[in-house]
Design a protein around this ligand. Structure first.
Ligand code: OGA
Ligand code: NI
Length: 335
């Protein structure tokens, strides 16, 4: 069966002021109604090059406890590396449909890798206004180049270079997050799979939408990764739920957005919180984002770090294989 891409629907909607009913969210989700417009506290921005290690650890730990999300600047990934990653991803999404379909997800496959569009509707029978491409970028033994676009030709190089830099950012974050819990610097990375942690890149492509007041890109969720490190394009759209209000994440040039995912919440026994977030879409411009999900290998068991659990602080989460966690989450089953 031919899958209908949101990009194709969007190009048909260009000259109209309407969108198909299946994209119109119920009122309790519509961005025009639910976005908080009052004065809001700002999502923390953290300078990763801060030479004061204690200060850095404290800021990262506080942001992860209170927000579960923060932006990082001076993260060590050169601007031109990010610009190239964005340019090749954009070029891919601007290819004619038949060229993108070569990379389509394989129907019936267990893997999420490939070019795709969410097929099943949400509980409300609604669809998100977004297409995506998923593929792994690290470790090398897990990469399936079948899902890496061959066009533009520099796609592979741009993604390999990015993978090299993003691992350094990840290591730095894992270390600070561990020290912020009062455990050894390597504890969280080890607890999430160590050198076997899988780096899954997703490119979100949110086409221009005639009714951004009614539609949503990705709907409210927490990431089931350990950490997510996201690069956006210049079109804002990420929102996070803070104190029961949906607030906008400002676009900060050259910053990367870090989400605490469910696995870090579990490892920290609830001290760090995975953040509920969603994305809105834009009337005139395509929004794009490049999250990298840092995931434990499927067979790897994740549970609260033993150092954080005692009689006063019993484990708040079950230890389970990551693949079982992911299965329950995707199928909306209790953990
Ligand atoms: C996601 C996500 C947000 C964004 O893909 O999991 O939350 O800003 N994306 O695109
Ligand atoms: Ni997310």
């Amino acid at each position: 069966m031919e899958v209908e891409r949101v990009q194709a629907i969007a190009s048909l909607s260009l000259t109209t002021d309407t969108i198909p009913a299946e994209f119109i969210r119920p009122e309790k989700e519509q961005p025009a109604i639910t976005t908080f417009r009052g004065p809001v506290p700002e999502i923390p921005t953290i300078d990763l090059s801060d030479p004061d290690q204690e200060n850095l650890v404290r800021s990262i730990a506080n942001a992860s406890k209170e927000w579960g999300i923060f932006q990082v600047v001076n993260h060590g990934v050169p601007t031109d590396v990010i610009t190239k990653l964005q340019a090749v991803g954009k070029e891919f999404f601007e290819l004619p449909p038949e060229e993108k379909e070569v990379y389509a997800k394989i129907p019936g496959s267990q893997s999420i890798e490939g070019y795709g569009t969410q097929l099943q509707k949400d509980i409300d029978g609604k669809k998100p206004w977004v297409d995506h491409l998923f593929h792994k970028i690290w470790p090398p033994s897990t990469i399936n180049y079948r899902f890496w676009p061959k066009n533009p030709p520099s796609y592979r190089d741009a993604n390999e270079v990015y993978a090299k830099y993003i691992r350094e950012v990840a290591d730095k974050l894992f270390t600070s997050l561990s020290l912020g819990l009062g455990v050894e610097g390597h504890a969280l990375k080890e607890g999430a799979g160590g050198e076997d942690i899988v780096y899954m890149l997703k490119i979100n492509y949110y086409p221009p939408c005639p009714r951004p007041d009614l539609a949503l890109g990705v709907v409210a969720h927490t990431d089931f990764s350990a950490l997510t490190i996201l690069v956006p394009n210049e079109v804002p759209g990420l929102q996070v739920l803070k104190d029961d209000h949906w607030i906008d994440a400002p676009y900060i040039p050259n910053a990367m957005i870090v989400h605490i995912g469910d696995q870090i919440e579990i490892l920290s026994n609830g001290i760090y919180r995975s953040v509920l977030h969603r994305s809105t879409v834009d009337k005139g411009k395509a929004r794009m984002s490049w999250p990298v999900f840092l995931e434990p290998p499927g067979e790897f068991v994740v549970g609260p770090l033993p150092q954080l659990v005692n009689e006063e602080d019993p484990p708040k989460y079950k230890a389970k294989k990551f693949k079982d966690y992911a299965y329950c989450k995707l199928n909306k089953l209790p953990q």
